[in-house]
Design a protein around this ligand. Structure first.
Ligand SMILES: O=P(O)(O)O[C@@H]1C[C@H](O)[C@@H](CO)O1
Ligand SMILES: O=c1cc[nH]c(=O)[nH]1
Length: 312
């Protein structure tokens, strides 16, 4: 039986209530008529690769901006899960677009910068876990952000995600029309992650509202980009307004990530460390060694969640 037939048989069994559903569902019936679906940006395909055998055991998918961070995370997870210290294999190595590593039941995926870049790899990963017949899958974005009124190096678990107009809505233009996708955060998952933060962690962990911008510079109110038509006073006024509205951090993917998790019916959470306090400035001037250490904090919290879920 091929992947699509087997998945159809599974869905029929779910519909007839013979089994309860925990596999990643199919959201696009058009895929049923594509015998060999090329996941072009990750250089894998449903007909040429045995996705079940390669990825059927995946339970957690962790996304983050850069290939090297996600390779290091895969190696860290491999050690944490007692799977050894061998170099991680990049399954998407035949393309330069994204990187994809696996450590036991954990996939580690780079997504680049911004929702358009995230959206492409996110969709191909959703198809991958569907074709692989994965069950009980949870997605995380483990990234970086700019904080507002927080000590740099603080981990923020997003309890809500909003666009630049403070709406929890991801807006897309499809066939020339604006489509709105609600960005609904899984509050249980966010709280379960927060419960794993320990008093003696070397970083603070808070829950907060993450503002997802379309840009790093003007879109996040910075005045140090190549272009700027507002001044320091207007920037500070805006930052104070955002702070009063409960915004704790600014980054560039959370809104699309959470909206797509919600749409895919996949549990998802966003955990980002803050690299600076925007009340103190715009530039990221902390030394690279410390920045690299801070980037590991959301990874450590995600690893703690993964291990506790696996009963380790
Ligand atoms: O996960 P990362 O640290 O790559 O995400 C943030 C948001 C933007 O993609 C990028 C801007 O520097 O960093
Ligand atoms: O200030 C910051 C830091 C990291 N990523 C962002 O998008 N903004």
């Amino acid at each position: 039986m091929d992947i699509l037939e087997d998945n159809r048989a599974y869905e029929t069994a779910v519909e007839k209530k013979c089994i309860s559903s925990c596999r990643v569902p199919l959201h696009n019936q058009n895929l049923l008529s594509i015998p060999n679906d090329h996941l072009y940006h990750i250089a894998l395909s449903s007909g040429d690769n045995d996705l079940r055998q390669m990825f059927g055991d995946v339970k957690f998918v962790c996304f983050g901006g850069t290939p090297s961070r996600m390779e290091k995370f895969a190696r860290f997870m491999s050690r944490e899960l007692g799977l050894g210290t061998a170099p991680a294999h990049n399954f998407a190595g035949n393309t330069d677009r994204y990187a994809l590593y696996k450590a036991g039941p954990v996939l580690s995926v780079s997504h680049g910068i911004g929702i358009p870049s995230l959206s492409i790899v996110f969709q191909e990963i959703v198809k991958l876990v569907y074709y692989a017949g994965c069950e009980d899958v949870t997605f995380f974005r483990i990234g970086t952000s700019g904080g507002i009124g927080l000590e740099p190096g603080t981990v923020v678990i997003s309890e809500s995600v909003v666009n630049g107009q403070l709406e929890p809505i991801y807006k897309q233009i499809i066939l020339g029309k604006q489509v709105e996708r609600p960005a609904v955060v899984d509050q249980d998952l966010a709280q379960n992650l927060h419960n794993l933060a320990l008093e003696d962690d070397r970083y603070k962990t808070v829950k907060g509202t993450t503002l997802c911008a379309d840009d790093f510079y003007e879109g996040q109110g910075r005045i140090d980009g190549a272009f700027c038509e507002h001044d320091e006073e207007e920037k500070m006024l805006w930052l104070r307004e955002m702070h009063e509205a409960g915004v704790t951090n600014l980054e560039m993917e959370s809104l699309g990530f959470i909206a797509m998790c919600h749409r895919a019916n996949i549990k998802g959470a966003v955990l980002c460390v803050t690299l600076l306090d925007r009340f103190e400035g715009d530039g990221i001037t902390t030394n690279l060694q410390l920045l690299h250490e801070w980037q590991t904090y959301p990874q450590m919290l995600a690893a703690r969640f993964i291990k506790s879920t696996l009963g380790l």
